[in-house]
Structure formats: C-alpha cells, structure tokens
Ligand binder design. Structure first.
Ligand SMILES: Cc1ncc(COP(=O)(O)O)c(C=O)c1O
Length: 462
C-alpha cells in the first residue's frame, strides 16, 4: 500500500492496476456476480468494454445527478449517459412526457405531432438549420450528412480532424486516438478493424487547431465533399477549437465549394441553445445532433440549409437512387420525440440553465487546477461550459498530439479511485442542471484525495 507519510512508494503499473481492480471487486460483490454472468453473453460484460474496465457499474436506478448500482452504492454522475442528460437523470418534465406518450402508443410508423414540434424547436435554435431529418443515433446522422455532402458537391472525399469522433460511421472511424505521421499532415489510421478500404481511401485527416489544415483542404479542392468537425472535441478530451480555426475552416470550405458539417452531437443543447455554432458565431452548412436532442432516448438529427436538405433528401422527381437515404424503422419515433421536446423545450425556454451549467463547469475547472497546483502535480483541466476534461499530459493540450504524452496509468487509476469514492467520471466529464455547487466541490475534494494517493503510489512518475 501507499505510504501514509506521503513518501512516494514505487510500484510497477501492473501491480497498481491489479490492486485497484481488486478493490473494485471487493466493493461490489453483486456487480462481480452480474459481470460474470453478463460476460457469457456480452463482450466482457458490456457492449462498450473499454469504457468501463475493469468492472462496469451495473446500474439499478438513477435520479438527478446520482446513480445507484446493484450493490447499493451511490455515485455522483459526471458521465450522464455519455453526456446526453443535460437536465440530469429522470428529469420530471422528461418522465411526464414519456409517460404521456406511453399511454398513447410507443411506435407507429406514420409521423406524430411531437415530431414536428421537435423539428420546430431545432429549426428555431440551430444556426443555419432550415429543415430537419431524424435518425436514431449520432452515427447514422453523420453518415447521412456525409451522403448529402457527396450528393451536393459530386465529390467523394471527407475531411475530418485528428481526435474527432463521429460515432461508428466508418467513413470517419479513423485517427481518433490512433495518431501518427507528420503533425501537419496526419496519417489516416483505422480506429476499428473491419473498416472498408473504400472508406479509408476517401478520408483526409486534418490537423486540429493547426493552419496547415487549410492548405491540406485547398490541395484536395477537386475531390473534397466536406469537412466534418466537433466545435469542441468531446471524446477526444474536451479540447475546444480555437475560434480562428473554425473561422478558417468556414472560409476555406466556402472557397473550394465543400460543405462544412458541424458535429454537435455533444455540444448541441449543451453549450447553449444554439450549441457550438452559437458559442463560436460560425455556422455550418449542415449540423448533426444527437444525445441531448432526444431527451435521453436514442436519436440522431441531420439539419441544415434548406436547399441541401430539400434537393438531396426529397427530390421532386427521379428514382430513389437520385435521393440521399436517411431514416429507418424507429426514426422520429414518438417516445424519442416526446422526450426530446421536453428536454430541448426546457433548455431553450429557460436560458438560466446555461448560466448554471457554465458556472458549474468553470467551478470544476478552477477547482481541479487549484488542487493540482497546490499539490505541485502536472494536471490540466480543459473544456468549455459544462464539458470538463482532465489530462495527465506534459503540456496544456490544444490538440490530440499534445495528449500523446498522457500518463495513461494515472488516468485509469484516477477513474477507478473516483468510482471507489462515489463519483463517475471518465477523464471527460459532463455536468447537468441537476448538479449543485456542493456536488462540484465534493468532486474536486475527491479529485484531491485521488491525486494524493496517485502521488504517494508513484503513479504520477510514469
Ligand atoms: C461528437 C459525436 N458525434 C457522433 C457520435 C455518435 O453518436 P451515437 O453514439 O449516438 O451513434 C458521438 C458519440 O459519442 C459523438 O460524441
């Protein structure tokens, strides 16, 4: 064990990982039993194995900012369904909307009134959105947006930034965490086995927050259909785009006739009612939404300029092969629409929520930085509004390359120690309107305890 006197005790990473794993197993006996059973039918007990190693939290219930697991342990949740629940778990307005829809029926096929209502809310708030199409996930939405771009431009290639995440859409399932090549001209690396070479051959990976991206786009002017980008890299570590970078992308896309697609699956209705586009004052030709837009139900949204949406989605004449296909059995389903109207409506009609979210996010970042500085530990807190990243990198990260120096052992142990202390946070944290200032202060205090322990164990030297 670590020295209580605070003298660093060197222990190899493997021993620390094993000790942390054992502590989690001891703390959650019912979770362990569940995990063994689940692992027989689900890869490592969950469909997102890497996410929750070494032992997923098996959730019993959740309300507001809190989760309870099947062992009866409570956690203050800074993950919130991978960032979807901007109002927290089981918000009364969302629950009431779902209950009301449940009584009327859950799935029809023909559209319902609430589909139109959610589309109206999105058009009223999302910069550049004249028309909306609903699908079931952010992945599907990004796929549809790329198809619209190819149809509109007659070109095939897609530009995406290093560290950008757009879901399991294989055209952009590249160079998220797999980084190599010249910093200004990154390699196209696979993020998954099994991706078609057609996809790989049609991706151009752009450096993030780096002017060389503009030259790369100009070079590809005859073949580039679009550039897709998150205004703030979410899964990539809560790294905000520099304003000049987004403005430059906007200008160079217009110059070469390629579309700029904002992936606002995380930032939409999280950074403000107008999302990242509103935050930066830069408008994409198309916007992809997900997560919060569905009020905690599965959703993807493609929206944007009317000419693009109309001409490519619903051509007045021609064969189906002339139109872009986006949709599916459950697209625009009434349960999702009901939850989406409730959540988005609540956020849009009560701008004070965003004041609170901004305050909580800033208080977290300031608190985390203060603790790190007091302890003399190199840790960086990044993010905007209610998105908060914590990095054990050697430099303040402004792009994914800066994160190559991350101490992964410390990052992993931090997550486990926070869980043992009653907090869910995966390095990337999200806040909700259900969180309080006290929750944030307790989180910062838990972070301090974890940092002290990591330092005492020698894990910060790695
Ligand atoms: C920015 C971004 N785009 C797209 C997606 C994919 O959305 P989904 O998981 O709903 O397919 C995600 C998911 O985390 C995301 O963060």
């Amino acid at each position: 064990m670590s020295s209580s006197a605070g003298v660093a005790v060197e222990r190899p990473g493997a021993a620390l990982l094993e000790a942390a794993r054992q502590e989690l197993l001891d703390a959650r006996p019912l979770g362990v039993a569940h995990h063994e059973r689940a692992s027989r039918v689900l890869p490592r007990g969950t469909t997102r194995a890497r996410f929750w190693e070494p032992l997923p939290i098996y959730v019993k219930k959740a309300e507001g900012a809190y989760l309870t697991d099947i062992d009866g342990r409570d956690y203050c949740d800074f993950n919130l369904g991978q960032g979807a629940l901007v109002l927290g778990h089981a918000h009364p307005a969302v629950v009431a909307a779902l209950e009301s829809q449940l009584e009327k029926g859950t799935h029809f096929g023909p559209p319902t009134h609430n589909r139109m209502e959610l589309a109206e809310l999105i058009v009223d708030t999302t910069p550049g959105a004249d028309r909306v199409a609903f699908v079931n996930s952010g992945t599907e939405a990004s796929m549809g947006a790329l198809r619209i771009a190819r149809k509109a431009t007659g070109r095939s290639k897609v530009g995406k930034v290093e560290g950008g995440w757009h879901g399991a859409n294989e055209f952009v399932l590249h160079s998220f965490m797999t980084l190599s090549g010249d910093v200004g001209r990154p390699d196209v690396n696979l993020d998954s086995i099994g991706v078609s070479s057609v996809a790989t051959d049609n991706v151009i990976v752009l450096p993030f927050n780096d002017r060389r991206a503009f030259d790369r786009i100009r070079e590809a002017r005859d073949e580039l259909a679009c550039v897709i980008i998150e205004p703030v890299l979410g899964g990539g570590g809560c790294l905000p785009a520099d304003p000049w970078y987004l403005e430059g992308l906007r200008a160079v896309c217009t110059e070469i006739g390629a579309l700029l697609i904002f992936d606002e699956v995380i930032t939409g209705y999280r950074l403000g009612p107008r999302g990242g586009a509103g935050h930066y004052g830069v408008t994409g030709d198309l916007t992809v939404l997900g997560k919060a837009a569905g009020g905690g139900q599965p959703i993807g949204v493609i929206c944007g300029r009317g000419d693009l949406m109309d001409e490519t989605m619903w051509p007045a004449s021609g064969s189906p092969g002339d139109a872009v296909f986006a949709g599916g059995t459950f697209s625009g389903n009434p349960m999702t629409m009901a939850a989406g109207v409730a959540m988005v409506g609540e956020l849009v009609h009560h701008p004070e929520h965003y004041v609170q979210l901004e305050e909580l996010g800033e208080r977290s970042r300031v608190g985390l930085r203060r603790v790190a500085s007091d302890l003399g530990v190199t840790v960086f807190a990044t993010g905007v509004g209610s998105m908060v990243g914590v990095h054990f990198s050697k430099v303040m990260p402004s792009n994914e390359r800066d994160l190559l120096s991350t101490n992964h052992l410390a990052a992993h142990l931090l997550r486990v120690y926070l869980e043992l202390d009653g907090f869910v946070s995966r390095g990337v944290s999200f806040l909700s309107t259900a969180h309080t200032v006290e929750d944030v202060d307790r989180f910062v205090a838990a972070f301090e305890r974890a940092l002290r322990r990591l330092r005492a164990e020698g894990a910060l030297e790695a």
